[in-house]
Ligand binder design. Structure first.
Ligand code: ZN
Length: 304
């Protein structure tokens, strides 16, 4: 059976779009290799479930990072090295954007879509989650809404079937590292491992590699940029973080999200939050009522 996944289809044409107008002189000056233009990652292996890794790369390497309890997922054990999300208001992202431009930190990045079109993107981080991802997928399927999932590699290894479901339902996948570590707090030589291990986990699950990458907590520095660029990733941030991970209440998350809806918005939500599942039907319905159309991150990138 010849069947190309949506991820494979979008990945082949994406680089020409996402790299338009992006100078990388600053990256090269730090020794990174320019992004390769070829994408050869289209082979889809059907039904290849992976063997779950019992320990993370960091545990295997004997490397100690901050042992933080993940605030979202009781299934994750202390010491799993997951960093908690933290709120980054849009004004902070804009300030960083200006700082990067001043310093010449130009790299392949999408922070928002076109301001001219009423296209918006739903993104869900940190999954797949054993309980809530399937509920999210049900809502998205019933409402014919595409989304982008930024996956944590170790979660992918736990629930490869959910990742296969995401692809089969037409959603896009992104790399959110293997261990969900703060990439600016680990030795630079391990940043690449985090990206590669997540990539491998996704490949084991669905046979394709994502083209977008989102650093945990939105934290990155020049080393992270260099490693992402070497692997031809487009770093994907957001315009709207309603803070669902802090559990301020379903009504608050819904209202914050609707208040910040704008053309080209990238909405940051999370897989493991019951309130997020509960507000999703209303969020989708109200957004459409206001004339917005939901697209994946790669579709949003094409419209820039
Ligand atoms: Zn995250």
């Amino acid at each position: 059976m010849i069947w190309k996944s949506p991820v494979a289809m979008v990945s082949t044409g994406l680089l020409t779009v996402a790299f338009v107008g992006v100078a990388m002189s600053a990256i090269r000056s730090h020794g990174a290799t320019p992004a390769k233009s070829g994408v050869q990652r289209t082979g889809l292996r059907s039904g290849t479930a992976s063997t779950a890794r019992s320990t993370s790369f960091f545990h295997q390497a004997g490397f100690k990072t901050r042992a933080l309890e993940h605030p979202l997922d009781p299934q994750l054990e202390p010491g799993d090295n997951l960093v908690p999300e933290k709120y980054r208001p849009t004004v902070m992202l804009k300030a960083r954007e200006e700082f990067e431009q001043e310093r010449g930190y130009r790299f392949n990045k999408i922070v928002r879509g076109s301001k001219e079109k009423k296209l918006i993107a739903l993104t869900f981080d940190d999954g797949p989650h054993g309980e809530y991802t399937v509920q999210l997928l049900d809502v998205l399927k019933q409402t014919h809404t595409p989304a982008t999932f930024f996956l944590v590699g170790k979660q992918v290894d736990k629930y490869p079937g959910l990742v296969q479901l995401e692809v089969m339902q037409g959603h896009e996948l992104g790399n959110h590292t293997y261990d969900h570590v703060d990439l600016t707090q680990i030795p630079p030589e391990l940043i690449g491992f985090e990206l590669d291990e997540c990539d491998k986990a996704i490949k084991r699950a669905v046979g394709v590699s994502p083209r977008f990458f989102r650093p945990p907590g939105g934290d990155y520095d020049v080393n992270v940029i260099r490693e992402a660029t070497r692997r031809s990733y487009v770093t994907s941030l957001w315009t709207d973080d309603p803070g669902d991970y802090a559990k301020p209440g379903a009504d608050v998350v819904l209202q914050r999200t609707l208040d910040r809806l704008e053309n080209g918005a990238i909405i940051l939500l999370h897989d493991g939050i019951p309130e997020t599942v509960s507000i999703l039907p209303a969020l989708i319905a109200e957004s459409r009522k206001r004339g917005y159309e939901f697209v994946t991150i790669s579709q949003l990138a094409k419209q820039r």
